[in-house]
Design a protein around this ligand. Structure first.
Ligand SMILES: Nc1ncnc2c1ncn2[C@@H]1O[C@H](COP(=O)(O)OP(=O)(O)OP(=O)(O)O)[C@@H](O)[C@H]1O
Length: 268
């Protein structure tokens, strides 16, 4: 069911896709004396979900923020749809670890806020926001405030907000880290449905190998600091199978093990 590409072949295809929406070219990042990233070259294809995985501190969040235009690279270049990134832009939406919701605003206002900033008239932005609130399973919660929601529900608000602005690229930094395992699995299913339905490009950071293999078209393993691309794996999961069948599938488990072995060298 899961058929990982040999790392070398995948590495080549990982930097030679023709339909790349995001291009990362020779990115290096220093924070003072700390060298966080060194010589990162990657391309991200339209409509695919790529996960960044690697030891703590290897620069996953930094890379995501550089792509978002929230943090400048020390050297190198990011291109989105061929255009060089100089700051944040409407074609990219960042879903933060803590969701960054406005506590004083309702779910509806939070989800439609990006559209409000763009000057979209209220009726239109509420129509769009309600559509995505429903897509993430929060219909009926439009008038609730963030403190009235569980962590998982707040996460859904963050995702609905990212979808509402109709960004081509969604950058998700450990979006499921604050929710329990049951909800996490539900979100993984939701995420896969959204990837299929919306044809957006997803860049996803997680610490969970299982989660990465379950949701990703491609997994980029980064080495410890300074982060470099150490391996690219394409799990090739047959998503037509039921979730519990996939999670028990030998091919799926083999990819999980392969990645674990790849990362284990850094833990020892
Ligand atoms: N604003 C900053 N100023 C100084 N150093 C920073 C800053 N942000 C990150 N770093 C350092 O850069 C390195 C990479 O950090 P980053 O958060 O990108 O890693 P990460 O792989 O996302 O980590 P984790 O998995 O623990 O979330 C770390 O050593 C971190 O301490």
């Amino acid at each position: 069911m899961a058929n990982p590409m040999p790392a070398r072949a995948a590495e080549q295809s990982g930097t030679a896709t023709s339909d790349a929406i995001v291009e990362v070219r020779d990115i290096c990042k220093r924070y003072g004396d700390i060298e966080a990233l060194r010589g990162i070259n990657l391309e991200f294809e339209r409509g695919k979900l790529t996960t960044l995985l690697g030891p703590s501190g290897c620069g996953k969040t930094t890379l995501l923020k550089i792509i978002a235009g929230l943090v400048p690279a020390t050297s190198g270049q990011i291109r989105i749809n061929g255009k060089v990134v100089t700051g944040p832009g409407p074609e990219r939406a960042f879903v933060f670890q803590d969701f960054a919701l406005m506590p004083w605003a309702t779910v509806l206002r939070n989800v439609s806020f990006g559209l409000e900033l763009k000057g979209v008239p209220q009726a239109e932005r509420h129509r769009i926001a309600k559509h995505y609130i429903s897509e993430v399973g929060l219909s009926g919660f439009e008038e609730k405030y963030p403190h009235e929601l569980s962590g998982g529900m707040r996460q859904r608000v963050g995702i609905a907000r990212a979808f509402s602005v109709n960004a081509d690229v969604l950058l998700l930094d450990e979006p499921f880290s604050a929710v329990d395992e049951q909800n996490r699995r539900k979100f993984q299913e939701d995420l896969l449905q959204l990837v299929e339905k919306e044809r957006k490009t997803f860049l996803f950071v997680t610490h969970s190998i299982e989660e990465a293999v379950y949701v990703s078209d491609r997994i980029v393993l980064l080495s410890p600091r300074p982060g470099r691309v150490s391996q690219i794996i394409e799990p090739n999961i047959d998503r037509s199978a039921a979730p519990d069948v996939i999670r028990r599938d030998k091919g799926y488990l083999d990819v999980v093990e392969e990645i674990w072995q790849g990362l284990r060298q850094y833990a020892e």
